[in-house]
Design a protein around this ligand. Sequence first.
Ligand code: IPT
Length: 991
Amino acid sequence: MTTSRSAADAVPGHDPLDYVESRSPGDGRQPPRAGFVSDAAALDLDGTWQFRLAAGLHDLTPGFEAPDLAHAGWGTIAVPSCWQLDGIPGAPRHGAPAYTNQVFPFPVDPPRVPDANPTGEYRREFTLPEDWPFEDGASVLRFEGVDSCFALWLNGARLGDGKGSRLPTEFGTAGLLRPGRNVLAVRVHQWSAGSYLEDQDMWWVSGIFRSVRLLHRPSGGIDDVFVHADFDPVTGEGVLRVDAVAGPDARITVPELGLDLAPGETARVPVQPWTAETPRLYDAVIATAAERVPLRVGFRRVAVEDGLLTVNGRRILLRGVNRHEWHPETGRTLDRATMLQDIELMKRHNINAVRTSHYPPDRTFLSLCDELGLWVIDECDLETHGFHLNGWRDNPSADPAWREAYLDRMSRMVERDKNHPSVIMWSLGNESGTGDNLRAMADWTHERDPARPVHYEGDWDSGYVDVYSRMYADHDETDRIGRRAEEPTTDPELDGHRRSLPFILCEYAHAMGNGPGGLSEYQRLFEQHPRCQGGFVWEWIDHGIRQHTPDGRGFFAYGGDFGEPVHDSNFVADGLVFPDRTPSPGLVEYKKVIEPVSIAIDAASATVSVRNGQDFADTAALRWLWQIEDGGEPVADGECAFPVVPAGETVFVPWPAELRKAAGTAAGGERWLTVRAVLATDLPWAPAGHEVAWQQTLLEALPAVRAVAPGSAPVRSGRLLTLGPAEFDVRSGRLARIGEHAVEELRLDLWRAPTDNDLRGWRGSVAERWRAAGLDRLEHKVLAVEPGADGLTVRARVAAAGTDAAMAADYRWSVPEDTPDRLWLTLEVRPTGEWPFPLPRLGVRATVAPSLSTVTWFGAGPGEAYPDTRAAARVSRFRSSVAGLQTPYLFPQENGARTDVRWARLTDEAGEGLLVLGAPHFGLSVRPWTSEDLDAARHPTDLVPRDALYVNVDLAQQGIGSASCGPGVLPAHRLLPGPAVLTVGFQAVTD
Ligand code: IPT
């Protein structure tokens, strides 16, 4: 290898660039310590830096570190930022992001990396304030995160190098810092030996992506602090001991508790404990004469006891999400407002836990979790997944040469984050196979912090961890595990141990595209089996990157959009929120499924029961509101005065008199009672009135709308058949209009644009079977058009080219004499031949004029819902524009269906339009494009409204499942082919 290298790198007998491909975690670094902010002098080095992107080690700027280097030809970059992204003003994009899930985007040859190794040369001058305390102690440069490997020079002298992208690194500046002007030069390599340990399923982006600061370390100050704040649930006492590496005069004070302690001294005092539901923090200070460090202390005890994971002596239930750090413009550089937004959104959607998949987050996030209350599994920056594709050959986890790197990563996480009460478990990393290096990480962690359990999913035998953790186990297996009746371990010696452990699903319910389905069924298992302590939905956010089409329309890019030769397409878009953090229907569904309080209404006994499913908090923060709706219109409301329900308990309360009275007053329509739990006062994460939980019950059903009067006969004139308000073509039997409104191409429809969950699947793709069977290219052969005394019958055979399997479809049209404006369709469908798969949908599709673009309906809503994602849909009356009915999944697919619709009106601006009536219910989708358009589109910007609206009226749809990574649609939600009848009415109306 010949490279041009700068003279200052040259150390005799040593290749100065060896560190890039060295397994060593770094050189010249300070020992890791707790992350904290003190009153010692500090200089923020974030901001604009000089920048040049070199193509590889052969392209480095000679003398790059020299203090007086001329920057001719250099650009600038913002620190912190990811150089492949251009979301930060002043940070033009360099190179391009690339997405792979498991596969390494370079040849697997550890620890070597490609010659094409984009290398960012960063330089920044800074001026020290005049009062910088040079005479006292030392100063360190602290990098919170640099991806993936770097070396640095201060005033021309090399300080060291480091790896471990999402972990902090500090370097001493001994003797090099000068009063006034200083020059810091940092060289950052996209690829390094460390890349083999950082194969997380996410974009490859690089650079100094978290903050950089110069910190004064006063002599006699506080170098490290470890707060041990135990809570004794028997006595209600907090047990505080603070260990410190500090000046001999260090004292710890907690004014609110009247404590003044020396390091290592233990105090017991009555306290209010910290939990995610009641995040009580006590302000404390550790101080010496030289330095003062504020601390926030939360007292809690995490334990694995009697086969359960407990906090403060109680089993907890994790209603969690996996959170990557992501922003559609700035990538993995997040500001505090974005972190706070994530936590607020989580809390508002009843989420109580976060796994920091798959690396320690910016530590501001953990401070916010301490404050606002979330259980955190803090995960180490470690994943070697790509070795799996090579049969785990050379996996670093089992290679002693990597042991130091593994231990280094673990210690840097634990040391940084050990004082966060929100962190209840340490995770060794993700998908790194098995091996002694993982065991060594666990052993070290148990020794260093015996007060927190250790988690790692990758070793199914659970030999060195404290909880049994799995990902994507299906419902049946989860049930077996819940009964401690799962398959035995590979190593029989470990079976007893694993069977005694609590169980969590560290990933489940893959939220890719439309879905996930099956959440309710999982939640039931978590509530039924004490051992099943919940899980973490995969994942929080779609990692889309904001881009624009040439004509300026915005969209979110995914894998392949930057021309990557190897990529995993839209598998990076599998979150509960869209990249701009708009909640997806999946998040709304999850919120309902994991409600912390469950309301049950019993109309027969006129009672409501409330089960407080929280583990610690009572219900004092909640108010209970009731409302009765008639045909979806509110008719009465009030408040229930419930007693405060302690955690884990249930109360039954009779309906208040007003509610009893209102419920007993028939009004003529379908009547529902809704009871909602809302916040009584403002909380730090949501305002008063925010809805936490709800339940509905039917008070009064309506008799079926279907008329029984005899139908009238169609009248023929030329090519037209007129039946009441409708006109048909006499030859084809096709409906042409209803009253003034063109209603065309109405026919049986079995197709939906496959969802990600239809397309992918561990047990094969159902969408491939649909396509092979031709469900997307069905031909409609009219066999007979039969006008009769009481209506019109059109018989058709619906089938795809090349197959003899078919659907017999008989359309019976009628207009009952007593409702001469109303046209009814009864569609009878019978499969013939082989239909060995569930159908995507079963219903009719028709087109109407694009002007009918307002949809009002009485049914379930307001959001989209499918058979296994309908928990969050409530019965009421809703109104939306057609545009508002579409869910803009990053990869276009079936979306936007409304379920259990009793009636719907599609109207134009003048309020004229069409009424669709169920008998009793139907599923409704209205779009400005076809399912075929949706299927063909790759991004929402590919979808161009046509000159018609496409209306699907469904008897049923196939469920959603989460087969894109995990189990498919549960049997109860599969749409199996069989004889079926859909009845639906149409009428021209004025709003
Ligand atoms: C699992 C990974 O842990 C996670 O990072 C993500 O890739 C997820 O899958 C899918 O989106 S690993 C899976 C192969 C079980």
